[in-house]
Write a protein that binds this ligand. Structure first.
Ligand SMILES: [Zn+2]
Length: 339
């Protein structure tokens, strides 16, 4: 990784030279492995507000002007933002010990300095409008950051799909490129403590289930030729976390624990639509009279074992050595004669 901080200092110096008046700035630091610096300035000579953004990862020379992109901002947006900042209740730093940091500074009537990681805290929901203005004026590819930032507020932080592609050789690249030392250590513990209940590569994706406090799903889409990785997880951590580290450590150790595979015979069930469009379904076991199926969105869905006719429409096409799943299903089926 580049020396992001030294570039950030250069960027700030660059704006100082331009003699602009800083209105607000936001720094997405190590946010999903990216470092994006965005700011709104008042350009005194031209009497306009401009939003500028720079992806610090892509800076390749000290001539910052080449790497900064700017566009004019509607004065109305500035009034809106000003009132948001002036009415903001919390002005203290909300800092958590994480390297995945979002920092906001606003040079408004009451100076605002805020820090949080990954998700915009619920009590700061009024800042959603700030991010709307920011990301409306940024490239479309930054949209992912926006939805992730506000996902706690829109209530889907647990189902957040992480879509950013990163260059990472799943077998070779140093884990330190993505993970902090503590998460590598914890990831190793997760693997050693046998908490990875399933891990299997199907086509270009690794599917994994970790059973710790809760059941966590990790899916890693991997392009072997280009070494490009896309990670999904339903865990509540900051990316890239100990859960993802654990799975990569296990993959490097050639660990595999195959999923149960099932097919479904009856076609009239809408439940099917929610599930994976595969020739088969990935199953991690039973819960009462329901099958725990991994859906294509990466959620664990409970699928009823019996259909409306009280028949079991499921066929186990892959079981473990002890035929555990087939035996359990058989036991339940025997207890449930056709009604
Ligand atoms: Zn996690």
């Amino acid at each position: 990784m580049k020396n992001v901080n030294s570039y950030l200092i250069l960027v700030k110096k660059y704006f100082k030279k331009l003699k602009t008046e800083l209105f607000a700035e936001v720094f997405l630091e190590n946010y999903n492995n990216r470092n994006i610096y965005i700011r709104i300035d008042f350009f005194k000579k031209a009497r306009v507000y401009k939003l500028s953004f720079i992806d610090l990862e892509h800076v390749e020379s000290n001539d910052i002007s080449v790497w900064v992109n700017s566009c004019n901002i509607e004065p109305n947006s500035i009034f809106l933002l000003e009132s948001i900042f002036n009415n903001l209740k919390i002005q203290d730093t909300i800092s958590k010990d994480s390297s995945y940091r979002v920092t906001i500074n606003a040079n408004t009537k009451n100076h605002v300095h805020l820090e949080f990681n990954r998700f915009l805290p619920l009590d700061l929901y009024s800042l959603t409008d700030f991010f709307i203005v920011i990301f409306n004026n940024c490239p479309k590819k930054y949209e992912g950051f926006f939805f992730e930032l506000i996902s706690l507020i829109i209530g889907n932080s647990n189902e957040f799909t992480y879509n950013d592609e990163i260059k990472f050789d799943i077998l070779k690249t140093s884990l330190k490129k993505l993970f902090i030392d503590e998460d590598i250590k914890k990831g190793n513990d997760i693997y050693k403590e046998d908490l990875i209940k399933f891990l299997e590569k199907i086509e270009n994706k690794y599917y994994a289930i970790i059973e710790s406090v809760e059941t966590y799903v990790v899916i890693i889409e991997y392009n072997e030729k280009e070494n490009i990785m896309k990670v999904y997880s339903n865990c509540p951590c900051n990316f890239y976390c100990k859960h993802v580290a654990a799975i990569i450590i296990a993959i490097r150790d050639n660990f595999e624990k195959r999923f149960y595979k099932l097919t479904y015979d009856s076609k009239k069930n809408s439940f099917l639509e929610k599930l994976m469009h595969y020739k088969f379904f990935l199953c991690i076991g039973l819960q009462n009279e329901g099958l725990k199926i991994l859906s294509k969105e990466g959620n664990i869905e409970i699928a009823p074992l019996f259909d409306i006719n009280n028949k079991c429409p499921w066929s186990v096409i892959e079981d473990d050595n002890k035929k555990s799943l087939s035996k359990k299903i058989q036991t339940i089926t025997l207890k449930n004669p056709l009604k």
